[in-house]
Design a protein around this ligand. Structure first.
Ligand code: BGP
Length: 471
């Protein structure tokens, strides 16, 4: 099989890590706006309001809000066919529970989509990427509450109507399964477990509300524009059994439930045996309304988008490795990044196969990449061969999955195509971009943009539709 002629090559960002302008244009506070910057290995602190003298990396981030024209021109120069971004919910509904949207926020994304259109870049839009309105967290307990379903669907309806004809590809919740696996599902669901709280119950209930909200959004999105393609978004780390002991294989299977728990409902439209088995195992199941079964069935997604950064291993007596939210064992066959993430391009090929075999719907890789330290040479150049090497290996593996294994893949948008704030640590020094942004971990810098070596390499990859990945 060949790669699609209209393959969506591009890059990915999210408003909370890139956009900045946190209090401009009528925007309200999101959960990201009260999360302090930190360092590798130091957990990020979450505040319930903005505190004086504290540096919050999302507030300016890397300033897409003011520089979107310059940045989109750079994306176009690389030849992007697509650009994955998110709409900040709090630009549209500053508190989340208003009845009327904020016109200035809507106008901002109109301008962004018009700018993309100038260069024929297809927007791929995440509706909620780690940026739940803070007011909904404080007032309603976030996704613990069924009320969020209505607030989210109202927001989706507004943006589907407003951007009809401008945006075709949508995703509901970024890495929805982060709610399941994170020890602190703040980013995804806006939840910090309270002392004495039944965590398992909260996790399945919040997840249920999000799954129902996602299904309702899909139903509305299809009603508003039958051209809309609405996907889910899963965090997919390939997991291997640590040994060939059959018990390790069962542990591996159980570990993958974190993905299939959500994938099954999103794609098949019902709670499967995976879900009911998980409920038994953790001793909790969600309360449901009688219409939910039908909603989930009617709101099946059109495609699966997923992020892939690393693989992990599962088994008894593991030596633990680092991951941003998925902790697994160290794999002796793999090298790791400076942040301890195992580099495993073949794992991407396996992931593509496993997802496609199981679900038989088109796939999109909407995040992949390597966070690394970059050095600026005396002449201003940035020779990021390590990044090129990582991406080349992953693109080659992706092409094998298409050409050899016949997986139906819509596109590839590597993460942080321009430097932005790390979700896991809040750092700037953990860089993913083809485009460098002059900003440090204290928030200092000119915010000027410059092209790294990888910029020119990726441009060639896109221009040849993946035929030439050499460097
Ligand atoms: C994913 C998130 C992104 C992004 C990426 C890299 O889990 O969807 O928002 O940040 O991870 O992680 P980090 O920023 O911690 O390096």
């Amino acid at each position: 099989m060949q790669i699609r002629k209209d393959f969506l090559w591009g890059g990915a960002t999210a408003a909370n890590q890139y956009e900045g302008g946190y209090n401009e244009g009528g925007k309200g506070l999101s959960i990201a706006d009260v999360e302090k910057g930190a360092r590798h290995g130091v957990p990020r602190e979450i505040h319930d309001q903005i505190k004086d003298g504290v540096y919050y990396p999302s507030h300016v981030a890397t300033d897409f809000y003011h520089r979107y024209k310059e940045d989109i021109a750079l994306f176009a120069e690389m030849g992007f066919k697509a650009y994955r971004m998110s709409i900040a919910w709090t630009r549209i509904f500053p508190n989340g529970d208003e009845l009327e949207p904020n016109e200035e926020g809507l106008k901002f994304y109109d301008d962004v989509f018009d700018e993309l259109k100038k260069y024929n870049i297809e927007p791929i839009v995440t509706l909620s990427h780690y940026e739940t309105p803070l007011h909904l967290v404080k007032e309603y307990g976030s996704w613990r509450s069924r009320k969020l379903v209505d607030f989210f669907v109202r927001y989706c309806e507004v943006v589907f109507n407003r951007y009809k004809g401008k945006v075709k590809y949508w995703m509901t919740f970024n890495e929805i399964n982060a709610t399941y696996i994170s020890p602190r599902p703040w980013h995804q669901a806006g939840i910090v477990y309270q002392e004495g709280e039944d965590k398992a119950k909260t996790m399945v209930q919040a997840s249920h509300h999000m799954l129902v909200a996602s299904a309702l959004a899909v139903i509305k999105g299809h009603e508003i524009d039958s051209e809309n393609k609405i996907g889910c978004m899963l965090l997919y780390p390939e997991v291997y059994a640590a040994t060939c002991a059959p018990e390790d294989q069962i542990l591996r299977r159980n570990k993958m439930d974190n993905v299939f728990y959500y994938g099954d409902v999103h794609v098949r439209g019902y709670y499967s045996n995976v879900n009911t088995a998980v409920w038994d195992r953790i001793g909790a199941h969600p309360d449901m309304e009688k219409e939910d079964e039908n909603i989930l069935y009617m709101g099946k997604v059109d495609y699966i988008a997923f992020s892939y950064y690393f693989s992990a291993i599962e088994g008894k007596n593991l030596e633990m490795a680092e991951g941003n939210i998925l902790i697994g064992g160290k794999n002796p066959y793999l090298k790791v990044t400076d942040w301890g993430w195992a580099i495993d391009p073949i794992g991407l090929r396996t992931s593509l196969n496993d997802l496609y075999d199981r679900y038989q719907v088109p796939l999109m890789i909407v995040e992949n990449g390597m966070g690394a330290y970059d050095t600026i040479e005396a002449d201003g150049s940035i020779n990021d061969d390590y990044r090129i090497d990582y991406l080349k290996q992953h693109i080659d593996a992706m092409l094998d999955a298409i050409r050899i294994d016949h997986v139906d893949l819509l596109g590839y948008t590597p993460w942080g195509c321009i430097d932005l704030v790390s979700a896991g640590t809040g750092e700037m020094r953990k860089r993913y971009g083809f485009i460098y942004v002059d900003k440090d971990d204290e928030g200092k810098g000119t915010l000027n943009r410059s092209k790294k070596k990888s910029f020119f390499w990726y441009k060639k990859v896109i221009a040849t539709n993946g035929e030439d990945t050499s460097y």
